[in-house]
Ligand binder design. Structure first.
Ligand SMILES: Cc1cc2nc3c(=O)[nH]c(=O)nc-3n(C[C@H](O)[C@H](O)[C@H](O)COP(=O)(O)O)c2cc1C
Length: 267
């Protein structure tokens, strides 16, 4: 995983969601790179997230816009912890796609009927697991479509600062390695770009903790899996800390009904 970190960090700054694709299959060499990455994904916690790649057969549609021929499904167990980890692991994959110039868009609202038929063509659908999200994977036209321009204007603005996310009880000043990790997390994707999460930085006995979660009990009106979104921000923090060689312990809890991520490391 180490060898991927700097390019995933770079991808954070270049990635944004795309909703208009060329009707082409991605190259076999790129499929191989994606498969290798999925195989190499190693995160500092156990999880039950599965990422699998599919072709969209002729006459089927998995997204509401002009989609490509390839997509990935993000599947996990149903608990909020599983969802949070799906956000984390799925976002690593999304960033890797960007690093090899393949375009993507996290999709929680996808065409369920066609997608489920494609994903579970050969196996029985398990009740204890769910395709929480998918992403189209492909190439985009040179000229940005109206839908992409509109979505970028409405939902892609990344103009929040770290301060905008700081919990009232958080330290306001911290070393640059923490700012760097938090800066990456200000650019994480979320449903309709709501980015409703906080950073709570504390220092005790030479040990820093960065706590990340959504506001207690927060529910998005149109999207009921917001712990996935917080998971994407968690992956950005992890990438940022790892990039700077910090040895980090990650604690993930759900005792309050919201998933809380804690990144713990020595000063
Ligand atoms: C968990 C999750 C679910 C999403 N679901 C959808 C979706 O159903 N449809 C869609 O068009 N975009 C979806 N998005 C993409 C967001 O709208 C997009 O990431 C956000 O507006 C920020 O824009 P950016 O990705 O260009 O930075 C989703 C994003 C996340 C993280």
């Amino acid at each position: 995983m180490e060898s991927y970190i700097s390019r995933l960090s770079e991808a954070v700054n270049n990635r944004h969601s795309h909703r208009d694709y060329l009707p082409e299959e991605i190259k076999t060499s790129e499929i191989k790179q994606l498969e290798d990455f999925i195989h190499d994904i190693k995160v500092p916690f156990e999880h039950d997230v599965e990422i699998s790649l599919y072709k969209v057969p002729e006459g089927r549609k998995v997204v509401y816009f002009k989609g490509p021929k390839d997509f990935a499904a993000f599947i996990s167990g149903l608990s909020i912890i599983s969802q949070a980890k799906l956000g984390f692991v799925g976002e690593l994959f999304i960033l890797f796609c960007q690093s090899i110039q393949l375009k993507t868009c996290w999709m929680g609202h996808y065409n369920k009927e066609d997608t489920i038929q494609i994903v579970y063509q050969f196996e029985e659908k398990q009740k204890s697991r769910k395709v929480h999200c998918i992403t189209p994977i492909g190439y985009t036209p040179e000229k940005t479509s109206f839908l992409d321009r509109m979505s970028t204007n409405r939902f892609s603005k990344k103009n929040k600062t770290i301060e905008d996310f700081l919990h009232p009880n958080s330290l306001k000043e911290f070393p640059s390695y923490i700012s760097h990790a938090l800066e990456l997390a200000t650019k994480a994707p979320s449903a309709m770009n709501t980015q409703n999460w906080y950073f709570l930085v504390t220092l005790s006995n030479d040990t820093y903790t960065i706590e990340l979660s959504k506001p207690k009990g927060y529910q998005h009106l149109k999207w009921h899996f917001y712990d996935i979104d917080v998971g994407t921000a968690a992956s950005h923090i992890w990438i940022g800390l790892k990039e700077q060689g910090l040895k980090t312990k990650i604690d993930i809890s759900d005792t309050t009904g919201d998933v809380i991520w804690r990144f713990i490391f020595k000063k």
